[in-house]
Design a protein around this ligand. Sequence first.
Ligand code: NCD
Length: 362
Amino acid sequence: MRSLIDIHDFSVEEIDKLIETANDIIANPSKYAEKCKGKKLATLFYEPSTRTRLSFEAAMMELGGNVIGFSEASSSSAAKGESVADTAKVMSAYADIIAMRHPQEGAPYVASRNASVPVINAGDGGHNHPTQTLTDLLTISREKGRLDNLTVGFCGDLKYGRTVHSLIAALARYKNVKIVLISPSELTIPSYVRYEVLNKNGMEYVETTDLEGAMPSLDVLYMTRIQRERFEEEADYERLKDSYILTEDKLKRAKSDLAILHPLPRVNEISVKVDSDPRACYFKQVHNGKYIRMALILQLLLEADGVIAPEDRNYMLVNKLSCGNKRCITQTEQELDQLFKVTDPEAGICRCVYCEAKVFTK
Ligand code: NCD
């Protein structure tokens, strides 16, 4: 059963096809109005969400399907101690497809290994958010007319911003994409993004704290919120929360055809005055999110008849190792095998298959 857990679960060609379908849905919505008649989507949201959950639900409704689910862990049996694996098995009896958001990194992957219907990762902790990435790719392709030959700046919380991690992984597969990482030094990208994505793909990237200095070179500026809920110390959040605020003044040095994206919700990192700038694309991005999720649901349900075998993540079972990431699903899920993939045999580096945290074997 094919699921979407990591953006690399879909090839570039498959992503291009989803973008094509989304564009066709935008142009001819009535053609798709009954495509999922009789099908049910379960939205299992263990963490707050406005856009992602409701865009999944709106997407399924616009395909003629139905929706069941919950929007907070406290209203599910997780509050009674039910594991993610059991919940996934149970929901497979009620729904044809599952969208899951969970605070523990790797939880949707655990669900996909236990469900008999496709599972979509709707955000796992500070790790990944592949459907936001599909939204971002559709937006960039509609605004810029291409996904290659771009300089893309990411600004804000690059450490905990899961949308950033998934989008960089996606952009790594397009030609001549340069990345500019703009963040406070405490909030730089996690090591797996640096080593497994940027370095391994030979991507050109720079790291800076200076948004205004980077501005003139950018084709796309991806602003992000400082992720308050992932901080261990509130004082650290307080110190860093106003690190970047995009204003009209700061945009004076930007290209005239810059595309400004933001996954939303916005706190204060983009001045409301910027909203009327023609370069602001973040509300168009919200619309695109619904259409690309329609394309994704349609595609996964079409494939769910067993066309595609479960993908092999090339993992190994290492009993003596355990993942040290406090936000990993291995910390809370009952009797979960500790699975690792070897990413750098010479240096003896393994990564947890659920959250990609680094573990040394030497
Ligand atoms: C993002 C998320 O949940 O990671 N929101 C979204 O899904 N559009 C970004 C965020 O919360 O900052």
